[in-house]
Every structure is written in structure tokens, then in C-alpha cells.
Write a protein that binds this ligand. Sequence first.
Ligand SMILES: C[S@@+](CC[C@H](N)C(=O)[O-])C[C@H]1O[C@@H](n2cnc3c(N)ncnc32)[C@H](O)[C@@H]1O
Length: 294
Amino acid sequence: MYKKVMAGILLAVLLITTAYLMAQDNTGQRDAQGRRGFRQRFGTWLEDIDKAYQANDWDKMGQLIEQMKQDSQRMREAGPPGADRGARVRPQIAAPAETDPVQTKSVVPASEQTIMMVLDDMFQNQRRSMMNVPPEDGKVLRLLTEALGAKTVVEIGTSNGYSGIWFCLALQKTGGRLITHDIDEGRASLARENFKKAGVDNLVTLVMGDAHETILKLEGPIDILFLDADKDGYLDYLNKLLPKVRPGGLILSHNTSMRGQMADFINAITTNPALETVFIHQDAQGLGITLKKR
Ligand SMILES: C[S@@+](CC[C@H](N)C(=O)[O-])C[C@H]1O[C@@H](n2cnc3c(N)ncnc32)[C@H](O)[C@@H]1O
């Protein structure tokens, strides 16, 4: 009896919350399509919750409520369709054009869908303690790699493979490969799984151990060097690998907002006359883009 009363109260609260969210949604935050999708989704859930309630299925009710909470959170984070998606927002997987006319411009081609789904899943479920680049930096990594037609990308700091998979989005087009380095076996084994799920494991060589040592075996030419490991080690990585980066190649350095911890490195990439550096996304984690001019 007590359980039933509690469930009845819960159901009433849910109905009120949903009505409130729908009313908010009506204030012009989202376009017509967004509103329709929102109503459809929440309407279906309420029906399912009601069914579970009628059937006294408490486990099912709990699951549905949890899903509804998560989806509502995701919709809040995603913002209005077409809006600029910032650091906190997951990479978007657009629905096929015929069912999603509003977002036609961002439709993901078939060859990228598996990778984008894996990236999305990693962003949703793994990013805690993985120290991944945010999606807007991932997009820059991909874009530069593809624009350069890079054949060899060297990454220091694999973690669970998130940034590596962004590189692979481009490398599957350029016919290139990624050589990525990490010292932590736990994260590396997760990376192996993720590379496999994304279908890019054939493009990746994962080198285990202290990268300050393991990179000594690397052979050039390197098209893109991406630094995203121990911040006070960036200068050592640069000194060891700059001779192997080809002229016209790039050195990308993550977390350049932490200037204090990498002052010597920042100094090196901004004062060497053979290098040209710009910094982007400095209001977030920061990404240095350095061209080796000659
Ligand atoms: C910031 S995370 C890398 C995140 C990854 N680039 C991404 O965006 O998905 C840094 C990684 O560098 C690794 N690392 C730290 N020091 C290292 C070293 N000396 N040699 C190799 N890897 C190192 C850590 O184990 C960690 O997984």
C-alpha cells in the first residue's frame, strides 16, 4: 500500500515536471521540430511509466525514470538545433537527411557514422578521469590532419583513445596512420577496445612505456606531432621530435591555457624563428598550433 502511494506521488511529480518542461520548451528555445521530438519522446515515456505502474513493475519504473532524466539532461546540454556547440557539448550524430531536414548541413556521412557513435559514447560514458580533449578540439585535430593530408601522426598521451579516434576520422581518408604513446596500461587497454569498436585499430600503433624513452625509436618524417601527456615534459618531447617533424608539418600542443606549467615549452614554440604558433580555445583548455616553417 505504502509503495503504491509513493509511486502515485512520484507519477504526479513526473507529470508536473513534464508539463513544466514542455511549457519551457514552448517559449521559443527550440524550433518546431525540436518541440515535436521532445513531446513525442516524453509522451512515450509517460505512457510506459504508467504501464509499469499499473503492472506493479517497480524495477521497470526506476529504469524509465532514470532514462528520462538522462535524456532531458542531454537535450538541455545540446541546446537549440544548429546552435554553436561548445566545450561541454557532445559531438552530434545527425539523423539521416530525409528525417531531419533542419540539420541537413551536419549530416554525418555513412563512412563516419560508426566512429562518431563511438566518440559520442566515449564522451557520454568514459570521459571522467580520462582527461580527453573536448569535442571542439577533436574537430580541430581531425580538420588539420585531413587538410594536411597527413600520413604519419604521432600522439603523446593516448588515454582511452578519444583524441586518437578523432585523428583516425581524417587518417581513414588520407591513408595515414597514428602512432600513439601511453604509460598507463589501464587506459591503454580501454583505448585498444575503443579503437576496435570504432573500426580504426588497423590505423593505430599503440606504444607502451615512458614516452620520453619510447619516442627515441621513432623514425620521421612526422606530419603531425600531438602533445597531450605530462605538461612539464612538453619541451623534452619537442626537443627530441622536432628534427623528425617535416617542414610544413605541425606540432599541436594541448592544455596551453596552463601556461605556468609549460612556460619553457611556450617560450620555445613562440621564439624559434623556424616555427609559427597560434593558440586557440584559450578560454577553455587551450590548443597550440605550431607550423614548422623550414
Ligand atoms: C591528458 S591524457 C591524454 C588524453 C588523450 N589525448 C585524449 O584526448 O583522449 C594524458 C595521458 O598521458 C599519459 N602519460 C603521462 N605521462 C606519460 C609519459 N611519460 N609517457 C607516456 N604517457 C604518459 C597518461 O597516462 C594519460 O593517459
